[in-house]
Write a new protein. Structure first.
Length: 299
């Protein structure tokens, strides 16, 4: 690789909003065989919106809205202390409905699972099936509703008040307009595309389907993303990881090529080798194509 051709390639890439941290990354990108895409904020917009709040099924129709609003206020009060995009969506949804949120206390974040807090003297927990089951709560009567919401591509979370599940809250995040085209173009280049997420299997599959992705790694805990990348690398397979979040950073660093979304967190950009200034995933095939071209020119 001549320094001149690398410099020219990096310059052309920069014009497209693709920033290589060094010439070696421009050289390496040509060899990528597998691209792993984080779901939230990478494949999707990362701006979830509250869609559903459901409480005890069979409650009298008259008192239904009131009961739902009461539960949503408790849930949002607990989530107000979290910085997770899911939490922001729940709080924004509650505020939009004109609800007043009580003060929360004793907030605790359980990464990859959910949160807990004390609101109006009640212990409120919001999170995954796994989180509730690990706490010994009975989720049986909620599983049909959870599945129904998840099949629509929504992220559904169980709400426990005290020792009982009191309802379900769901949010929806939509895929970016260009995600599907970007995936198709990678596949046409002979590259395998995998989506990875902490979200549940059913939601993940619904979103992946919309983006044309066939392979999904779901319910991966934050510390597990790097491990999954390592597994995909076995036998010397060259793997690129694309993500935006703090919990993507170890996987971005582990991958042969880490690509951070420029609108994401600083931590992700620091861990990555390439920053995609446009949130558009079409920058991924563009980056690989540029690398292939640059390397061909000099061989
Ligand atoms: P992602 O890969 O989408 O960033 P996370 O690892 O942050 O996902 O979270 C995995 C799952 O844990 C979420 O899909 C959600 O069900 C649950 N969860 C995480 N944070 C919260 C929260 N603040 N409130 C409720 N549930 C949460
Ligand atoms: Mg993300």
């Amino acid at each position: 690789a001549t320094p001149t051709s690398i410099m020219a390639g990096s310059g052309r890439a920069a014009e497209l909003g693709i920033l290589f941290k060094g010439g070696e990354h421009l050289e390496a990108a040509q060899g990528i065989q597998v691209v792993v895409l984080d779901k939230t904020g990478t494949v999707t917009r990362g701006k979830p919106v509250l869609t559903d709040i459901r409480t005890t099924p069979g409650i009298a129709a008259q008192g239904k809205e009131e009961a739902e609003n009461r539960l949503l206020a408790l849930t949002a009060a607990a989530e107000k202390l979290s910085e997770h995009p899911l939490a922001e969506a729940i709080v924004a949804g509650a505020v939009e409905r004109g609800l007043t949120l009580p003060e929360g206390a004793a907030f605790e974040n359980i990464p990859g699972r959910g949160i807990s807090a004390v609101v109006a003297d009640e212990a409120v927990r919001v999170g995954t099936r796994r989180m509730m089951e690990e706490s010994g709560l009975d989720i049986a009567r909620w599983t049909v509703l959870m599945k129904e919401l998840e099949q629509q591509g929504k992220t559904a979370m169980l709400i426990a008040v005290g020792e009982e599940i009191s309802g379900v809250v769901a949010v929806a995040d939509t895929i970016k307009e260009t995600s599907k085209a970007a995936v198709e173009s990678l596949q046409a280049m002979g590259i395998e595309v995998v989506m990875i997420t902490g979200d549940n299997e059913i939601t993940a599959r619904a979103i992946a389907k919309q983006a044309g992705i066939h392979k999904v790694l779901a319910e991966v805990l934050p510390e597990g993303k790097a491990e999954e990348v390592r597994k995909l690398q076995s036998g010397g397979v060259k793997v690129a990881m694309v993500g935006d979040g703090i919990n993507d950073a170890p996987a971005l660093a582990t991958a042969d090529t880490g690509m951070a979304i420029g609108t994401g967190t600083d931590v992700a950009m620091e861990a990555a080798d390439i920053t995609l200034m446009r949130g558009d995933l079409k920058s991924i095939p563009d980056a690989i194509r540029m690398s292939r071209k640059t390397m061909n020119n000099i061989k």
